[in-house]
Design a protein around this ligand. Structure first.
Ligand code: ADP
Length: 347
């Protein structure tokens, strides 16, 4: 309603400045309901020769355009310096090469672990990489990259505010976890988390990244909608364990990105915790959670299969100790390289 009022008032031009009264800041405030509209007009001198005329033009326009409110239109003139509205700021993500969401149907399948290890693999391949941890239910990237407790600085440049990311192993890191206490998590769900995330998304001062990986919350929800509508995602990677692959949440995740109004390419599925090989039996593969499920599912729905990661102790330990396993275990890096190469090739 407020926007409708403003756009109807854009038709009124101040005779002296020749600018419309909304964009030049003369309209300082609009409060509007279907049956009641109040507009505050701000002029440098209350006796601006055109103030009274503009006021009556505003009243007349509103009465014509919003007949339901005709009896309750109030237009007030106030003296002050009209505030020119801020130009819409440009999102810092426009400077990022490729933005990839890492998603999963459910929590606990290793989505955050895969995000961190993929980031480090891409960095080892020579790319400049950033990670945005948007998992409001359990932001774990600060722990994975040993940056827990980091307090992001705010800086100003050309009158705009920016937030400085943490850096670990050359990877730039911004996390919703830097702004909440673990016990806050519940409170942050919903509107507040969404608006905080928008700020992280648009105001983080990334330093010329080739890839930004976004660790999404599990499932499909408001945060996904926000991400999809706020920025242009270049692709989505879906992480699943063998036993989770066929469940509805994974299917819904794939459908969400592929929806014709969303149109984010699903780059493929990563099967995590695919098998286990004990150290003393290096040639044995135990498919604890079932075999080949993700490959079959990917084929069935026409999504690429990116690769599989076994259950490895160093992966779990790396996640706990603040060094993604790729940094310390060559075997693990090999699995991730294969996946990362396919991702790079497809974007
Ligand atoms: P999500 O982000 O999907 O909730 P996490 O990345 O937090 O899941 O992983 C859940 C747990 O599983 C963590 O303790 C992590 O260390 C462990 N984990 C994930 N992938 C593997 C793996 N391939 N091998 C061993 N442990 C793993």
């Amino acid at each position: 309603m407020q926007e409708k009022v403003k756009s109807s008032l854009r038709g009124i031009i101040h005779p002296e400045t020749q600018q419309n009264i909304v964009d030049s800041g003369v309209v300082e405030q609009v409060t509007a309901r279907e049956d009641k509209i109040t507009v505050v007009l701000c002029f440098p001198k209350s006796r601006d020769p055109f103030a009274v005329r503009i006021k009556s033009l505003v009243e007349q326009t509103l009465k014509e355009q919003f007949p339901a409110a005709a009896e309750s239109i109030t237009v007030v003139i106030k003296e002050g310096t009209p505030r020119a509205p801020q130009p819409k700021r440009e999102s810092t993500t426009v400077k990022v090469g490729k933005i990839i969401a890492v998603a999963s149907g459910k929590g606990g399948v290793g989505k955050s672990t895969v995000t961190a290890n993929l980031a480090l693999t891409l960095r080892n391949m020579g790319f400049r990489v950033g990670v945005l941890d948007a998992d409001i239910y359990g932001p774990s990237q600060p722990r994975m990259f040993n940056r827990e407790g980091y307090l992001p600085d705010a800086v100003q440049e050309d009158g705009q505010d920016y937030i400085v990311p943490a850096v670990s192993m050359d990877i730039e890191l911004m996390s919703i976890g830097f702004f909440i206490q673990p016990n806050d998590a519940l409170m942050w769900r919903g509107a507040m988390a969404t608006s905080a995330l928008k700020q992280l998304l648009h105001q983080t001062m990334w330093g010329g990244l080739d890839f930004l990986l976004i660790d999404m919350p599990p499932g499909t929800g408001d945060i996904h909608l926000t991400m999809i509508s706020e920025i242009k995602l270049d692709g989505a990677v879906i992480v699943s364990t063998p036993q989770q692959i066929a469940v509805a949440d994974v299917v819904r995740g794939v459908e969400m990105f592929r929806h014709e109004q969303v149109n984010v390419p699903v780059l493929g599925i990563v099967e995590n915790m695919a098998w286990f090989t004990p150290k003393e039996l290096p040639d044995n593969k135990y498919y604890i959670f079932g075999k080949g499920g993700a490959r079959g599912y990917a084929e069935q729905v026409g999504v690429p299969f990116l690769g599989e990661i076994p259950i490895v102790q160093s992966i779990m330990e790396g996640a706990e100790n603040g060094t993604p396993s790729v940094g310390i275990d060559e075997d693990v890096e090999r699995y991730y390289r294969e996946i990362a190469q396919k991702i790079v090739a497809s974007v």
